[in-house]
Design a protein around this ligand. Structure first.
Ligand SMILES: Cc1cc2nc3c(=O)[nH]c(=O)nc-3n(C[C@H](O)[C@H](O)[C@H](O)COP(=O)(O)OP(=O)(O)OC[C@H]3O[C@@H](n4cnc5c(N)ncnc54)[C@H](O)[C@@H]3O)c2cc1C
Length: 356
């Protein structure tokens, strides 16, 4: 019996962490304190697997990044344990530009797989890497038991203006999707046992989508919809979007993508808008402008608690708008903290949207 199956069976005997009260996040500005109470302190008790068949709630997922240094690891693991309590459908783990975080990303994905109830998705990029190197990285992940990837082209490294593929590398995310499918197919052909395992746990490949076009590449929405269609044709299963701040940006992308023949689910990526400095940093990184009105609302708050409350309110309104418009779920950019992300979910009451 594997370590993982022992852990899962042990978890089934333990009742889940008490469900949060939906009113807390908005009513109590000290929301971080509220959510801290949900985190299991001391020895971790893995929550029971969620009875997925009985609740048709929207999907919940989170983005994490590998700790930047050993000192950052405890905070990340506190977040991981707290996020487990809401039974997310998956968590995705970023991959630094130029593969800078190759080892730390892999270590985090591996530990999430071995020691938690979470299903990790490993991000991959094509930056500065040959086809052969990417193949090795993918094989390593697959050997660890990772079955889900987010295939990205990636941005040029800092200091380099234009995107340039490695001379023996891949030029687009759709080529990476194709390579992932090719590697999996080769492994299944080489091993009948692997072919059976692949039937039980199929490879899942996600890709990026951009509600207003990818500002970082100067791409328009129409170009990015064309790119999304190419990713789907190469074998992508679903997409996760770049940050955006108005429901119309997401709903417009989905409408345009459907018109173009994109049928895969498009999951909205949401940033908890409670920290104006972070929003400005994300704007600098992605080129997605933060609405002035949102920044002013946050800036005019009397104190941190009120700023937090206003940011959560804005996020809940956004989530309600996209779910009402048909979004399948929400993917939250956590920045390796859980307070604001869990407060957003609590405010949006996703379980209340289930059909059971
Ligand atoms: C959810 C999410 C997670 C991310 N995680 C990471 C991460 O972990 N590490 C990291 O370094 N970066 C990450 N990024 C950033 C991402 O790598 C960059 O935004 C990158 O510029 C875009 O990559 P892509 O996968 O969309 O590339 P592609 O789809 O290959 O697109 C790149 C450019 O080529 C154009 N293009 C490609 N194919 C076509 C086509 N067939 N027709 C027309 N135009 C085409 C596109 O319009 C675009 O301008 C993430 C982005 C998102 C949205």
């Amino acid at each position: 019996m594997s370590e993982r199956s022992v852990r899962v069976s042990a978890a089934t005997a333990v009742p889940p962490v008490a469900a949060p009260r939906p009113s807390d996040a908005l009513a109590a500005p000290g929301a971080t304190t509220t959510t801290e109470t949900r985190a299991v302190t001391g020895t971790h008790v893995a929550p029971s697997p969620r009875p997925l068949g009985s609740v048709d709630r929207p999907t919940i997922s989170f983005e994490l990044f590998p700790p930047r240094n050993p000192q950052a690891a405890p905070r990340l693991w506190e977040t991981v344990r707290a996020l487990e309590s809401v039974h997310p459908d998956f968590v995705s783990v970023t991959y630094g530009a130029s593969g800078k975080t190759r080892e730390t990303s892999r270590a985090l994905v591996s530990r999430l797989l071995q020691e938690t109830s979470l299903s990790p998705i490993a991000h991959l990029t094509c930056v500065g890497t040959s086809r052969e190197e990417i193949t090795t990285i993918v094989e390593e992940f697959l050997d660890e038991g990772v079955r889900s990837f987010l295939a990205l082209r990636g941005d040029p490294p800092v200091g380099q203006d234009d995107w340039q593929a490695h001379p023996d590398g891949l030029a687009t995310a759709s080529e990476l999707v194709g390579l992932l499918r090719e590697i999996e197919s080769r492994r299944c052909t080489a091993s009948p046992a692997q072919a059976v395992r692949a039937r039980v746990r199929p490879l899942s490949v996600a890709v990026a989508a951009f509600p207003r076009g990818n500002a970082a590449t100067g791409g328009t929405r129409a170009q990015d919809v064309a790119s999304l269609l190419a990713k789907q044709e190469a074998g992508a299963d679903f997409a996760i979007t770049q940050v955006f701040y108005d429901a119309e940006a997401y709903l417009g992308l989905v409408a345009e993508a459907r018109e173009a023949g994109v049928v895969i689910p498009i999951i909205p990526g949401i940033i908890p808008a409670t920290d104006p400095a972070r929003l400005e940093r994300v704007q600098a990184l992605t080129g997605v402008p933060v609405p002035r009105a949102l920044l002013e609302t946050l800036a005019s708050a009397d104190d941190e608690r009120e700023r937090h409350r206003r940011g959560i309110r804005a996020g809940v309104d956004l989530i309600n708008g996209i779910l009402d418009g048909g979004a399948p779920g929400v993917h939250l950019y956590t920045f390796n903290t859980h307070g604001a992300a869990l407060d957003l979910l609590e405010g949006a009451d996703l379980d209340g949207r289930g059909r059971d």
